[in-house]
Design a protein. Sequence first.
Length: 311
Amino acid sequence: MKVLVTGGAGFIGSHVADGYRAQGLEVVVVDDLSRGSKRNLRAGAPFYQADIRDRAALEEIFRKEKPDLVNHHAAQIDVRLSVKDPVCDASSNILGSLNLVELALASKVRRFIYASTGGAIYGEPETLPAGEETPVRPLAPYGVSKHTFELYLWTMRKLYGLPFVVLRYGNVYGPRQSSKGEAGVVAIFSEQMLGGVTPTIYGDGTKTRDYIEVSDVVRANWAALSKGEGEIFNIASGNPTSDYEIFAAIREALGFPGIEPKYAPKRPGEVDHIVLGIGKAASHLDWKPAVRLQEGIRRAAEWIRAKHDNG
Ligand SMILES: NC(=O)c1ccc[n+]([C@@H]2O[C@H](COP(=O)([O-])OP(=O)(O)OC[C@H]3O[C@@H](n4cnc5c(N)ncnc54)[C@H](O)[C@@H]3O)[C@@H](O)[C@H]2O)c1
């Protein structure tokens, strides 16, 4: 069984690719390396440096590799860039994704697994935790583009029978997460602490997020190979963690007991409180998070420290 993983040189996609290999699947990676890194690729494994907006390049890859499954992680993930340039965001996250779905249909793939977001599509829900049925009210174009492609999948299933699974992640963290850009507060705060820079919390530290360790996300992608067809699932911890709590957990893991964060005004478009309901993933995918926050932060911090020490 061969799976084509888009975004497989990036943070989550590379873990998913490794996880699939560990399950005995053949893995082909497509990534334009706009954010991903060759360091995240496995030597000897097929890799195509290609932009998912490049239809001709994708056609050639599908023709050559004939994947049985598609796991789609490639995306423009910068929320603030999506605010500045929604067309650029939509060109990757909607049009690029549509290229993939059309080619997946043409090559009759058995399943299309799509990495969506639970952190950026529900906006500021009236009740928490937000379940999959919570109205979609994104506060930034990134959430709009990620959700729009979910709708395409639903429609393509109705029209042509394309089997799909959508996984809406909470805030994913863990080894290989980049500290560059806006996402990835665990990586950003860790790099800052190790570099002697005081981390900045936007707001008063009480905003809450739902953090999930990347190995739990990998297990959800395993489950999605055989379960949950035609469904959308939140993949998260189900627990709220405040900005200050995440700061304190990283501080403890790295051993900087004395430092306190700086505070700056909250940035527009940021959600105050989000926590995701994960009951549906438990019942349909037989999936539950296994890594507790303290343990996950310890693993991430260890990786970032090693990377920092090696320059
Ligand atoms: N990190 C999170 O907390 C989080 C939360 C919810 C959803 N997601 C989703 O998970 C997926 C992976 O996110 P990540 O955090 O690993 O980010 P990442 O930036 O590390 O990975 C994305 C990868 O896609 C590649 N890419 C970007 N645009 C591309 C294009 N047009 N063509 C080909 N490749 C392209 C990048 O080079 C990168 O390697 C994304 O779809 C994102 O929307 C992430």
